[in-house]
Write a protein that binds this ligand. Structure first.
Ligand code: IMP
Length: 188
């Protein structure tokens, strides 16, 4: 008996798949190699922004050969809606001090940029030696804050997306691809 869930069929709530499982794997491999080359000889602390980045972080770090440790931070900026509230709240803080550390933030998606702006400032304020960002998705033209994302997975149109860690009202995170929901799911 197979223990693997059958996620190969596209979920009925998904209108279009924008990034396939194969494309995610290939891009993570490229990003992991680039990060490993850039941090060779240094130790990097990879900070995952929960909950969405857990899928990206876990796949990305499988391709990293440099020395790294992992910690997680949980922040909330959306609530149950699919529009940003613009307010960043810390729900879970890091367990390790950042003084003198090279930090790489692993983020699921860069939308307005409010979350990353807050985190970068916060981490530099705690004495991090450097703070860089790896974002699985960057939404084109959505940024209200200019964020320098060193490692970009995919640049996608400014639409609400789900899957590969990204949720709508806490659902759809486990989809192995990134896609757009049918408008009727939002009650539109
Ligand atoms: P930002 O602060 O507006 O850049 O958004 C940060 C957070 O909002 C991300 O880490 C996601 O959790 C969430 N988010 C933004 N856009 C989307 C989306 O299209 N789908 C699901 N979550 C999103």
């Amino acid at each position: 008996m197979s223990i693997t869930p059958d996620n190969t069929a596209v979920h009925p709530d998904v209108e279009r798949v924008l990034v396939t499982e194969e494309e995610l794997y290939a891009r993570n491999k490229e990003l992991g190699a680039a990060i490993s080359a850039d941090y060779a000889g240094k130790e990097v602390l990879v900070v995952g922004v929960l909950k969405g980045a857990a899928w990206f972080l876990s796949d990305l770090t499988r391709h990293m050969t440099c020395d790294f440790t992992v910690d997680y931070m949980a922040v909330s900026s959306y609530g149950a809606a699919h529009k940003s509230s613009g307010v960043v709240r810390i729900l879970k803080d890091l367990e390790v001090p950042l003084e003198g550390k090279h930090v790489l933030i692993a983020e699921d998606i860069l939308d307005t940029g409010l979350t990353l702006k807050y985190l970068i400032r916060n981490f530099l304020g705690r004495g991090a030696a450097s703070v860089e960002v790896a974002a699985c998705v960057v939404k084109e033209g959505a940024q209200e804050e200019k964020i320098d994302v060193r490692y970009v997975g995919f640049v996608l149109p400014n639409e609400f997306v789900v899957g590969y860690g990204l949720d709508y009202a806490q659902k759809y995170r486990g989809l192995p691809y990134i896609g757009v929901l049918r408008p009727c799911v939002y009650g539109e």
